[in-house]
Design a protein. Structure first.
Length: 273
């Protein structure tokens, strides 16, 4: 069995662990810079010779692999948490409230991997594969304006500090969360309400429609705990909640809870670290 692993940042090392559990050799493909999903998917589908195509469930993986699966006329097996056998996988459903076991009889398995569910494996020594996007689209990249996060990558960070709408402004969000995250070497996340209010960028959203994370430590500050947010972080090993409302739903899933004013508690916590 030979597996093609599509690389995407720090999550690649975690997806490699899942790919190795399929058995056989693993080849790695670095996605060309500024490549559009449609022509790149066509080039990957045309490669041939692979029994499985695997990618981390990042925005790149979620953009590419459904297209590849459609071109190959096979089922996409998304966001897996476990490889039970080379043709059998476990993945969440119903917003993470149930885990289903999926067995695929397709000739090629096309799989996205939840990075936080697998430990990392060093990627050195893998055979590298390269492709050029197919000339099958009228679209082209004109320019790209990307922001590089200073801390760890949100999807694979060991510690995540997330803030909600209770911060009241982007200035307060940044001035309180960034020093705490730097002290903990943590990634910064945000609730959907905080993103919608303009406090944080879209790619920092944690939740069912954002990033799914399962760090060793998740600190939720000023987040009430809507179902949409809980679906993205409730698999975290330890959850700490800071909220002024003792009845906030976040406390139902938290291992440790602190009731009080975040504008007082967060600076105090940061100063003690």
């Amino acid at each position: 069995m030979t597996t093609l692993l599509i690389a995407d940042g720090e999550a690649t090392a975690h997806a490699l662990t899942a790919a190795l559990r399929l058995g056989g050799d693993v080849h790695i493909l670095e996605v060309p810079a500024n490549a559009l999903a449609e022509p790149l998917a066509q080039s990957i589908a045309d490669l041939g010779g692979y029994d499985a195509i695997v990618a981390p469930a990042t925005s790149t993986g979620k953009n590419l692999l459904p297209r590849i699966a459609a071109l190959l006329d096979v089922m996409l097996i998304s966001d897996i948490l476990e490889v039970a056998a080379p043709d059998t996988f476990r993945r969440p459903t119903y917003a993470g409230n149930a885990i289903e076991t999926v067995q695929s009889s397709d000739r090629i398995k096309v799989v996205t991997v939840r990075a936080s569910a697998f430990p990392p494996t060093a990627t050195h020594g893998l055979k590298a594969v390269s492709v050029a996007p197919a000339d099958t689209t009228l679209s082209r990249i004109v320019s790209e304006d990307a922001q590089k996060a200073a801390g760890p990558e949100l999807g694979s960070a060991r510690i995540v500090v997330s803030g909600g709408r209770a911060f009241g402004s982007k200035d307060k969000f940044d001035s309180l969360l960034i020093p705490l995250a730097e002290k903990l070497d943590a990634a910064i996340g945000a609730s959907r309400a905080a993103v919608d209010s303009g406090y944080a960028a879209n790619d920092l959203q944690v939740g069912q429609t954002g990033k799914i994370v399962a760090p060793d430590l998740y600190i939720a500050i000023g987040i009430s705990g809507a179902i949409q947010h809980l679906a993205g972080m409730k698999s975290s090993k330890v959850i700490v909640a800071i909220n002024s409302d003792p009845q906030a739903p976040i406390f139902a899933v938290a291992d440790y809870g602190l009731v009080g004013d975040l504008f007082t508690l967060v600076p105090e916590l940061t100063s003690k670290l």
